[in-house]
Every structure is written in C-alpha cells, then in structure tokens.
Ligand binder design. Structure first.
Ligand code: E4P
Length: 214
C-alpha cells in the first residue's frame, strides 16, 4: 500500500518524508491557498523533495482549458500527475492526457459509476473522497469496496487513491480492502504510529533500565 501525503505544506512533507511515509503527494486548490504562496512555486518545491507522483490540480472546467493546464503542469517535472475533476469535460481531457502520456488523478469522485468512467478514460488514479461521503451520513468505504471490485472485474490499471481521509480507521479499512493508495494529512500519518500501550511499555522499560547497574 502506498502512502501519499495530502498537503501543500513543505515543512509537513519534509517531516513525513523523514519517516519514510511519502510515496507521493496530493494537493488541491484549498491546500495550495493555505500556503499563501504561488501555485507553481509550491509544486516545484514539492518536486524537489518527492520523486513519487505529485498531484497538481487544474482549475479550468472546459476541455481546452484543462488540456492547456495539463500540458503546462506536466512540463514542470516528470513526476507531476495532473489532477482533473470528474466532469464530462474532465473525462474528455483525461482521455487526451492518457493518449499523450500525461498521468492523471481524477478527483471529486463520489460514485462507482464515476470511477468506472475514469478508468475507461485511462486515468492513472481515481480519488474517491471517503470523508466527505461519511460527512453526509453515507459509508465512504463502501464506495472504495465497489470500485475495487469493478476495477478487478475488468482488469483496469487505474489505481484507487483513497482521499478525504480523516482518521486512522479510514487507513485501516482502505488497507483491508486492498486500496492501492491512501492520501493522508500529516496528523493522520502520525496517529497511525500511536498506541497507548507502546508509550506505557516504553515508560516502564526506561524506568527499569535505571535500575540496571552501569
Ligand atoms: C486529495 O486528493 C483530496 O483533494 C483531499 O483528500 C480532500 O480532502 P478533504 O475532504 O478533507 O478536503
């Protein structure tokens, strides 16, 4: 299972990379806005740190605009993945990107049928937003299970990138289902390492060590 970090904060990316937990990075306009920096500068800085896939999202919603942005973004570094919204114009652009050898991450996916269309367009990654589905009292993880089944049925190569991850149980469920990638905020990556019995056990070991003659 690959772990991507869901942030545009360079400090957070460095911190997670030092723990060996950054196979890639996902960004979106909201995360870029939080940095207060220029989009291109942020993406270039991320690519200096991470050699795996770095998702950079387009803001155009028409085919020509998406393709123009896709060409510009993919020219920044070979590991850039162009993030495209799951709308008809986006799917058309994904097909052209696939044919042109540009990697894509289809975002804002909320149904299995949408994911099926993204795979047929040749998307590199599909990003179902589990947290936002949970937010409206539905089961985000059911969507991941459905997409994995459908992709497996037809041997699609598109990787399922579990997005909008809010807590460690999302990661556990994604791993049980065999999702290819989970993209997590740094806080969730850190929570994965935490266990109270680990802290308690360590405290006792260190206390006992003090009693060992030196
Ligand atoms: C990542 O690709 C998504 O844009 C991100 O996970 C969305 O997360 P949110 O629902 O917490 O904003």
């Amino acid at each position: 299972m690959k772990f991507f970090i869901d942030t545009a904060d360079i400090g957070e990316i460095r911190e997670a990379a030092a723990m060996g937990l950054v196979d890639g990075v996902t960004t979106n306009p909201t995360l870029i806005a939080k940095t207060g920096r220029k989009f291109r500068d942020v993406i270039e800085d991320i690519c200096e740190i991470v050699s795996g896939p770095v998702s950079a999202e387009v803001v155009s919603i028409d085919y020509d605009g998406i393709m123009r942005e896709a060409r510009e973004l993919s020219a920044i570094r070979p590991n850039i993945v162009v993030k495209v919204p799951l709308i008809p114009e986006g799917l058309k652009a994904v097909r052209s990107c696939t044919d042109a050898g540009i990697n894509t991450n289809v975002t804002l996916c909320f149904s299995a049928n949408q994911a099926l269309l993204a795979a047929k367009a040749g998307a590199t990654f599909i990003s179902p937003f589990v947290g936002r589905i949970d937010d409206i009292s539905d089961e985000g993880m059911d969507l991941i299970a459905d997409i994995l089944t459908i992709y497996d049925n037809y041997d699609f190569d598109t990787e399922v990138l579990v997005a909008s991850v809010r807590h460690p149980v999302h990661v556990l469920q994604a791993a049980r289902l065999g999702a290819h990638v989970a993209t997590c905020p740094l806080s969730v990556l850190k929570q994965l390492a935490y266990h109270p019995l680990t802290d308690l056990g360590l405290k006792k070991f260190l206390a006992d060590w003090e009693m060992v003659p030196k």
